[in-house]
Design a protein. Sequence first.
Lengths: 581, 93
Amino acid sequence: MAKIVRVDMGAESVTFEEVPDKYRFARGRWLTSSLVADEVEPTCHPLGPGNKLVFSPGIVTGTTAPTSARISVGGKSPLTGGIKESNAGTKFATMQARLGIAAIVVQGQPKDGKQYVLTIDKNDARLMAESSLRGLGTYATTDALIAKHGNVGVCCIGPAGEMRMPMAGICFNDLENRATRFSGRGGLGAVMGAKGLKAIVVNGRGAPTVPIVDKDLFETGRAKLTKAIRSHDITKPKGGLNTYGTAILLNILNEAGGLPTRNFSRGRFEKAADVAGEAIFEGNKERLGKEVYNHACSPGCIIQCSNTWHAADGSEIVSCIEYETAWALGPDCEIGDLDVIGRLTWLCNDIGLDTIEAGGTIAVAMEGGVIPFGDKKGAIKLLEEVGKGTPLGHIIGAGAAVTGRVFGVVRVPVVKGQHMPAYDPRVVKGIGVTYATTTMGADHTAGYTIAPEILGVSGKVDNFDVNKAELSRNFQATTAFIDSSGHCLFIAFPILDFPEGFQGVIDECNGLLGTRWTAEDVGRIGAEILAREREFNKGAGFTSADDRLPEFMKYEPLPPHNEVWNVSDEELDAVHGALAS
Amino acid sequence: MRDLIGHLGIPQKEKGITFVNGDLTDMPGLRADLGRVLQDGDRVGLMHTRSMWPFQYRFLAKTSPQLEKKLKYGGGGGVFHSSHGRSSSREGR
């Protein structure tokens, strides 16, 4: 029987609870958002004792389902002031799932200013005061805990989280025990720091397998999805992602004129090709003398899109450089040097920062005259100031919106206080609708997948003419389900082109849980998750006025297309209109 | 466009995502722009077939009318990522 581990930091207690029936099937984002909506007062201070931090692996996490080792982390965001879920691929997720822990709920605050480590294994869960890790970066923290406990799942915060900076993320270890897998967006690392929790160790040794109600149906689904993933040009072995990683998108967006450059003032960067996925692949080949294909971030991942960037002497600079990271620390800051981007990425990892917010904030600081655009040493120094907690470091660590206000910058590309990712909405207007209307702030992954109707699995076809509001809503709803399943969102590529792959995801869930979900249920569950999140945000004070893009995008044309943002407010409000009624 | 890729020695089956002056004009396997007449000064971007621009990240981006037509009437509602293997995506409909 699955359990909830409830950790009261004020009482220094750890208790095990039965999962309430209302959460019987909920895992991942479904459970984190439900628990936060049910137990957290929307008006609470995100860094105060009333906020809660929830860790939940997905529905099929811990099984043999391919590419399914995701963990969701939820709470009230100190960056946006609204509900937040962000997830990471990590063995921590698999181990927590196999221990039968549906959720770890961290609540309250220690009264004594001490720092703690929570350790969970198949026998017990213990909260222990631990001062030896205070101030350490995530690399040293992870190394210390692996040395002490062996091959375990580790999540921790760096100095940014300890200093409660709103761009602090939560770091999980990858298969090689590198501190590189982040629940990055929205500042949940600051919430963890405010609760005095430096790290959680999950020891899966001796844990049983995840119980499956109908093994034949589960296996049928697993086989369908695996076939779809292994057949698709983007996700197959030595396909696009395995060869070039997500940074394969850099040249595409640059050519499309939608690669935000120089703090969203242009849509092309002349050095884009120097920092793209192809450049990483070719550069590694030159430096190592062989082709290096990407690796898995977590157990059971068969897409394997994570890269490692190597120095000229063959040593590892950092793993990994994703598209968003390469863009934020590269073109957005007008930096066209992979070694520098690698160094900046390593610093973000070690200090414990969201790379999108970090790079975007540096670009805003450049706009404000703190350092020039393209200043490589200056960018490194700014991150070092964040890590040291200097006054300037605290300003940068508070994110782009605050930095923009401090330095009088108008061109601040945020929604609900969170910095936009690497697609300029003036060029890709559909993603702009998602940025504006998701519950999470500007988030490119919130509308990441497909509506079952479009696949035809419900019998309808050809929804190409459907208006953008309905499409965005359907995307967001189905994404919410995928975020709950435990699968990596990149399964969206093959299951879009191969409907039997999408059916495979449904068969997996039905086989595991004994449910009889259909494609309609996928949309229904996703819509329910979104409705709960919007309800929370409404209680926190959000209105339709917050579902908007920054004003400057309405009047500043973006070269080379010279487009402005011209989607109407009415269309944006229509995205969730049906949910609100 | 056909002449250009011939000149560059790119087989048609290896022609991937294509841009002309920043507008998306072709996706792998669709061959939507082979007949397009190029002008002096045009900027043409030819991507390898392992490149990707997922639907969610290109929805409402500037797309040529010829490609839009191919996407719309090629089945799948126009939201696919790759034409390779799409015949299996039409089974069962």
